[in-house]
Design a protein around this ligand. Structure first.
Ligand SMILES: NC(=O)c1ccc[n+]([C@@H]2O[C@H](COP(=O)([O-])OP(=O)(O)OC[C@H]3O[C@@H](n4cnc5c(N)ncnc54)[C@H](O)[C@@H]3O)[C@@H](O)[C@H]2O)c1
Length: 287
């Protein structure tokens, strides 16, 4: 398939990542079939997309007249059969192998043979997911960053089975979204989490051992290393439970004890201190 033949994209899952991915495709002129299991999730996603587009209008990045056009490009559906019209598909359902297996299997049976199936998984092996489908050579990872409309990077992950054609087409597609693709081979945590999570983990050890307060650790990294956010602020934003899960994937997948999750991170998760989403993590949040 050529890049110009891709006109309609299906996004599976309309949660945090799915609504952002749908947003950037529609913004770049693609028709978007957005699929979730219940209408209320689709309604919530379209409300979020509307607010985020409005923010772009206020910042002068999008004309008010264009906004209405972008909103007409979405087709929210609960029926998986509707994705048959898609020329490219991005899966962004929850990070559970069993859910991915069911969704990818169903999509694989519906889609035309030439259509590329991409996954936004942050920690499951792309090679394993590719092997669940009848199109492993047309399976690729598209690891968008949160919040998707704002972040420029997309890690494009090559599964063992991914063909050169499918890989280069996905790289091109990311450029069409106005984002920057970076080519990475399938390995636990890819590059983003393999480098970021040990940083967050070490920052947590500094707090646990009384080396410094969370504020001090974050100040060192922001003021001394020019990081826009401190590692512990970022951990609270990502979710401490998500950080622990990803560290476990690195630990098991790479077999090196240096990736074991800091006991303080695990203790916070056990207490329900998950970061911003639970109003408490390394920091306390109101509202
Ligand atoms: N949140 C992040 O910061 C982040 C960053 C990069 C990658 N990811 C990855 O993106 C994926 C999605 O994460 P998220 O944070 O958006 O999750 P989320 O829980 O916010 O959204 C998942 C959505 O999928 C829907 N869903 C469940 N089963 C479905 C099905 N059978 N068909 C269609 N939709 C279904 C859910 O109703 C929900 O709306 C995961 O693989 C995650 O690892 C997340």
């Amino acid at each position: 398939m050529s890049i110009d033949a891709i006109k309609t994209v299906a996004v599976l899952g309309a949660g945090t990542m799915g609504n952002g991915i749908a947003h950037v495709f529609a913004r770049a002129g693609f028709s978007v079939i957005l699929r979730d299991v219940e209408q209320r999730y689709l309604d919530r996603a379209l409300e979020t997309i509307g607010k985020n587009l409005e923010r772009e209008v206020k910042k002068g990045k999008l004309a008010e007249s264009e906004k209405a056009g972008v909103l007409t490009r979405f087709k929210p559906v609960t029926d998986m059969a509707a994705i048959a019209a898609a020329d490219f598909v991005v899966e962004a359902v929850p990070e559970k192998l069993e859910i991915k297996r069911a969704v990818l299997g169903e999509a694989d049976r519906i889609l035309r043979p030439e259509v590329i199936l991409a996954s936004n998984t942050s920690s499951i092996s792309m090679t394993k997911l590719a092997a669940l489908t009848s199109r492993p050579d047309r399976f690729v990872g598209m690891h968008f960053m949160n919040p998707v409309p704002v972040m420029v990077l997309v890690e494009v992950i090559r599964a063992l089975q991914t063909s050169d054609a499918a890989f280069s087409l996905t790289m091109e597609l990311v450029k069409k979204l106005g984002k920057t693709p970076v080519a990475v081979s399938d390995a636990p945590g890819f590059v983003s989490n393999r480098v970021l999570m040990p940083l967050i983990n070490e920052a947590a050890y500094c707090v646990m051992e009384g080396v410094a307060t969370p504020e001090a650790v974050d100040a060192v990294m922001k003021l001394g290393m020019n990081h826009p956010m401190g590692p512990l602020e970022l951990a609270d934003f990502i979710g401490l439970d998500v950080c622990v899960d990803i560290l476990q994937v690195l630990h098991e997948g790479l077999g090196d004890p240096k990736y074991r999750a800091c006991p303080l991170l695990k203790k916070y998760v056990a207490a329900g201190w998950l970061g911003r989403k639970s109003s408490r993590g390394f920091y306390a949040y109101s509202g």
